[in-house]
Ligand binder design. Structure first.
Ligand code: S3P
Length: 346
């Protein structure tokens, strides 16, 4: 049989960041291969409510963003983030320094998810949450911010990015340490745009400046690729799967490291770096798998791939252990509970 060649859709995390940074740039940015999903439409919608021009988010169409610079317009109505935790948490960072109040909400799942991981550091910078800071709906009163040196109790790309967005809009430097390294797409994109993002003893340091408008092609989503990789590894025939243009940023592709330990045959070809993000084609051949141990420090780099890795672990020889996966209980659903229930049914 011949190879099956596929291209996963644009990366969700990078798509959100590209829209938000483009909104804060003064001028027109053009983003190609932006993920045309409901979550990205939520980010597009709330940015339009804040006065940013965002062209329709549709498959196969580049998105043009006419950014306003760091000062946005007071919103018309409540900012509804749908099901998107990334939209909500990163938006709170953008709103922290705006000279107005805004109300942020989401669907019933998002309204159950923890927000103090972002409201606590943003309040330390000077934002106010007069009606409570734990869950949506939240009222944010932006204001003049102060610099922040923060040790986050959770390793979360959303927390780190919310603080970085507050730094950019509030024009204050920040230093953020986290227990383990979370996805670094914000750092890479800002650095590629010429901003001063440095590392200090494992912490990241951002000195704010203007964000210039940019043109960017979003890499393929490593998390979407993971499901295709898993299917190809378990396939009974000898079909080879080729996945083109997949983001292989090490802070996102921990599942590839784990798969290697499990004995999976996944090769990388045509490696390159585009605007700071490493990209490759993945070549996948069906492989017998063995169990492994996934350390706590690896979890942030594969947090969205734990369910699919658990499915592969169920088909592997021996036992697989995942350490410190409690974060999975506070995602869009309780991913641990549902995994146990559904693998149990099988
Ligand atoms: C994301 C970070 C992850 C991930 C989510 C997207 C991001 O959440 O689960 O789907 O874009 O920063 P946490 O940072 O809360 O782990």
């Amino acid at each position: 049989m011949g190879d099956v060649v596929l291209r996963p859709p644009g990366d969700k995390s990078i798509s959100h960041r590209a829209l938000l940074f483009a909104a804060l740039a003064r001028g027109v940015s053009e983003i190609t291969n932006l993920l045309p999903s409901e979550d990205l439409r939520s980010t597009g919608r709330v940015l339009r409510q804040l006065g940013v021009e965002v062209s329709p988010i549709q498959a196969g169409r580049a998105v043009r963003v006419h950014g306003r610079g760091p000062r946005l317009r007071p919103p018309s109505g409540t900012l509804h983030c749908g099901n998107s935790g990334t939209t909500a948490r990163l938006l709170l960072g953008v709103l922290a320094a705006q000279p107005f109040s805004a109300r942020v909400t989401g669907d019933s799942s998002l309204r159950r998810r923890p927000m103090r991981r972002v409201t606590v550091p943003l309040a330390s910078m000077g934002a106010r949450f007069p009606r409570g800071d734990e869950r949506l709906p939240l009222e944010v009163r932006g204001g003049r911010l102060v610099p922040l040196d923060y040790a986050s109790p959770v390793a979360s790309g959303q927390v780190k990015s919310a603080i970085m967005l507050a730094a950019l809009t509030g024009r204050v430097p920040v230093r953020i340490a986290e227990p383990f390294r979370s996805r670094d797409h914000s750092e890479r994109l800002l650095e590629a745009l010429g901003l001063d993002v440095g590392a200090d003893n494992g912490a990241i340091v951002l000195v704010p400046d203007d964000v210039p408008p940019f043109q960017f092609t979003i890499p393929g989503d490593a998390s979407s690729a993971a499901f295709l990789v898993a299917a190809a590894l378990l396939a009974k025939n000898q079909t080879r799967l080729v996945l083109r243009d997949v983001g292989v940023n090490p802070t996102r592709s921990g599942f590839l490291q784990v798969l290697r330990r499990m004995g999976a045959r996944v090769a990388r070809q045509r490696r390159r770096v585009v605007q700071g993000e490493p990209i490759a084609d993945l070549i996948v051949d069906a492989s017998p798998l063995r169990g492994t141990v996934i350390r706590a420090s690896e979890i942030p780099s594969l947090v969205d791939e734990v369910p699919v890795l658990a499915v592969l672990a169920a088909r592997a020889e021996g036992t697989t252990v995942f350490h410190r996966v409690g974060e999975l209980r506070v995602k869009e659903s309780d991913r641990l509970g549902l995994l146990a229930a559904n693998l149990g049914r099988l």
